[in-house]
Design a protein around this ligand. Structure first.
Ligand code: VNL
Length: 390
């Protein structure tokens, strides 16, 4: 009797001691996802939120014993708002990870907060090269403009394009695209006749396109952010640029899968360089596109969606690597060096730069089963951000 009693007491003590630990382990793991859900970049927010929710639906909402809580905040694409929301998420909600960042100014405004609070910040959209230098807590799952623009600087001169006018949105990623395309194009013997920059907010492309017509280059090279491509394509066609013998070449942001199918036949034949096409030929991508469309009333995933989907993967695996414990530095360590197959192809989170290394594709807009797609026709394997090599 006595002995049994003792065992019972010991058992109870063990349970009592274990209880606080078990409670701490089961506290939710919070991800603060700050995105432009309204305003000019709303399609980016819509894509990333949908992709994050799909990832959770497919992989479960409990990781290493922790329930994953996704807190989505709309920054309306204004960097001051991004910063305020990130601050609230850190201080009030005590998030374990920050993520999202639709545009470069939002990521830049949030970077110092990530550093001060030692909170990993997973950049899923913004793509200026220098973003990852702004905080040692930033990890990127999108791409960089230098990464995709250099490929066009190589392709164009080999394909009969000897003179170009560049037209970019006048901020970080546009400046990167202009610089890295132009330098490589010139190195290959091409001539950049003029460099034009349009404002990010409410751009009117008409006066710029008139200038391009007058300059008569072989091609116009364009970067505008996701969501703005359809307007460029429309005005390019309306001004009869193609009939004047001027080709359109661009980064894949312009023939964005989110809008491409509505651009009409004017988009046919446009060649772009980018890291993701919904048409990418792999079993994993087919499965991803099908599930994404099914969960979102037929919406086709674009490169922003993939950045969000892979960003969630990076967070899940980092949490697993800490066995559910978390902690800013431990999570960051678990994010660095991840290698995995994404719907875009094989990727690596470079442990040194915390930036993504990935394949860059040459693509041409073609019709398949009555729908417009960026059809990949060539690939440059495992491209690092050239912006980090200087
Ligand atoms: C950025 C770069 C934004 C590429 C984009 O779409 C994009 C950025 C909203 O770094 O601000 O396609």
């Amino acid at each position: 009797m006595k002995r049994r009693h003792l065992i019972q007491v010991c058992g109870l003590t063990a349970v009592a001691l274990a209880a606080p630990l078990a409670l701490a382990q089961s506290a939710p793991f919070k991800i603060g996802l700050v995105l432009p859900m309204t305003g000019q970049q709303a399609s980016t927010g819509r894509q990333i939120e949908a992709a994050a929710r799909l990832y959770m639906a497919q992989n479960g909402d409990t990781v290493a014993g922790r329930k994953i809580e996704l807190i989505v905040k709309d920054d309306t694409s204004l960097p001051d708002v991004t910063k305020r929301l990130a601050q609230e998420l850190i201080v009030n909600d005590k998030v374990d990870v920050l993520a999202g960042m639709g545009i470069t100014p939002s990521a830049m405004a949030t970077a110092p907060l990530a550093t001060q609070s030692k909170t990993p910040l997973v950049v899923m959209a913004a793509a200026t090269s220098s973003i990852t230098n702004a905080s040692p807590y930033i990890v990127r799952t999108s791409f960089t403009l230098p990464q995709v623009s250099v490929a066009m600087g190589d392709w164009a001169p080999k394909n009969g394009i000897k003179s170009v006018v560049t037209l970019v949105s006048d901020y970080g990623p546009g400046n990167d695209a202009e610089k890295y395309f132009s330098e490589r194009f010139a190195l290959n013997g091409g001539k950049v006749i003029e460099k034009l920059r349009v404002p990010l907010r409410n751009p009117d492309f008409a006066p710029f396109l008139q200038k391009v017509r007058d300059a008569k280059p072989d091609a116009l090279f364009v970067f505008v952010p996701s969501g703005a491509g359809a307007a460029v394509m429309k005005q390019f066609a309306e001004r009869g640029m193609d009939k004047a013998g001027i080709k359109l070449i661009a980064t894949g942001d312009v023939t964005d899968d989110d809008q491409l199918n509505d651009m009409g036949d004017g988009a046919l034949g446009v060649v772009t360089t980018h890291h993701y096409s919904a048409d990418h030929n792999s079993a994993l991508n087919k499965k991803f596109v099908e599930a994404f469309e099914k969960a979102n009333k037929g919406m086709r995933p674009n490169f922003m969606g993939v950045g969000g989907y892979d960003g969630m993967r990076v967070i899940y695996e980092a949490l697993k690597s800490t066995k559910g414990k978390g902690g800013g530095d431990a999570l960051l360590a678990g994010m660095k060096g991840q290698v995995f197959e994404s719907p875009r192809g094989q990727v690596l989170i470079d442990a040194q730069t915390r930036d993504i290394v990935q394949d860059v594709y040459l693509r041409k807009v073609e019709k398949k089963n009555g729908q417009l797609y960026n059809v990949e026709f060539d690939v440059i394997k495992a491209v690092k951000d050239p912006g980090k090599e200087k």
